[in-house]
Unconditional design. Sequence first.
Length: 511
Amino acid sequence: MSRPVAVWWVKRDARLADNACLAEADRLGMDVLPLFCFEPSLLTADDTSDMHAHAQWQAVTGLRAALRKLNADIVIAHGEVVDKLAKLHTRVPFTHLFSHEEVGNDITYRRDRAVAEWCRERGVEYREFPQSSVKRGGVNRDRLQRWWQDRIAGVPPLPVPSVRQSDELRRLAGATAFPKLPAFAPCRQWQPVSEADAHATLADFLTRRGRWYRGGISSPNTAFTAGSRLSVHLAWGTITARHVWHAVARRIADLDPNDPHSQRWRLSLEAFVSRLHWRDHFTQRLESEPELEFRSVHPCYRDVPYENDERLHAAWREGRTGYPLVDAVMRCLAATGFVNFRMRAMAVSFACHVLHLDWRLIHPHLARVFRDYDPGIHLNQLQMQAGVVGWNAIRVYNPAKQLADWDSGCRFVKRWVPELKPQPAERIVSGDDLPGYPPPVVPFAERAKRMTDVLYAIRKSAAAKTATAAVYLKHGSRKKEQTVRPKRAKKPAPPPTPSLFDGWDTDGGAG
């Protein structure tokens, strides 16, 4: 081979555009050999499902098609990545390994460290490139906006570079194929995941659907179209936040002030951009403290006395709690991999505050049924909606109120809980006994009050007041760059009445 070879290890970044790994190989004049590996340890992890494997299969299939148009190809392997790198190195003595930074769970963190160690032992130069504003190892949150400016807003996305690949490398890659896995069976209700689909989804959002984003993402009926539907692409890396941010900025700049709809467009797109920021805010929290996969970010909430009744856990997972909107959400997720943020928050709040299930217990199932599963968003939102962060309001979503507010005609409920189709919407909303449908597994108000009493007792403790300031200083959000000093804790407000309290609508994702 006449040129040195760099392997691009494809993980959650199956795309050509805004790709620092390809750009660096091009800058150095190196041949590049993409490598994707289906890893058994990840495929069998408790937070992984066929839905995720299928998403990666689609994304890599799209990447292979795009590479072949550039007279290149990708090696597709099935096995643990260190073993596959070692085997590939005996065939192709590559000098560099490139990948994008990934903020994942403990399994991927340990895997990445093993790859780095293998590279040190073999003398292979391993370089990771950021693909978000998240700073490796943590960051002073007073400076987080600077990282966003330096990496996202202030830098245009990278164009697709030249992809150099010798005939020998192309033949080697072309001889590899996907393993036969049941996860690859098509499911029409799962959102397609590929770079081409990502760009089509973004274009459709910016020219048609995005007008209804503000005000349209709270209802489970309208969110499927009013939402950006980019969360799955951001999660699997078929598009970057930087690419999306610049596209939205251009769209806002091009709004016609004489268009009567321009103000609605502006408000919707600005609301979307704020949620795009929140993605990195939450991911940075996991990067700064990887242990929050296993324990609450606030030390005083690590031993909440949950019941963890497996009967209630199963009823929640399977959508048979006797609460129509909760059951519809859980069944919709199992079938499609998507519901809007408000419904996700309600499902977590209900599980933790009403069924008294530990957020760590419900984490694997929700991860598996989220097509857009992203550990940095998911784990943080679980803790927030469970009320164990310490400084956020304890939010108890009343399923009856949510149903009356967002699905009063019961269109969503009747679609996903077909046994309720014969019932009038008014009867479903009123909470009357419903023939053929089970009664509630537990009483809402009594159970919610019991859990909020526990959480507020922790919040009022001297230990919690002391710890909250330190935890917030490390992980809390900043509206602007400022110095945040610990303040004397104020007397907490009395807990809200669970049956009346409504949740927020600030998305940790983008849609």
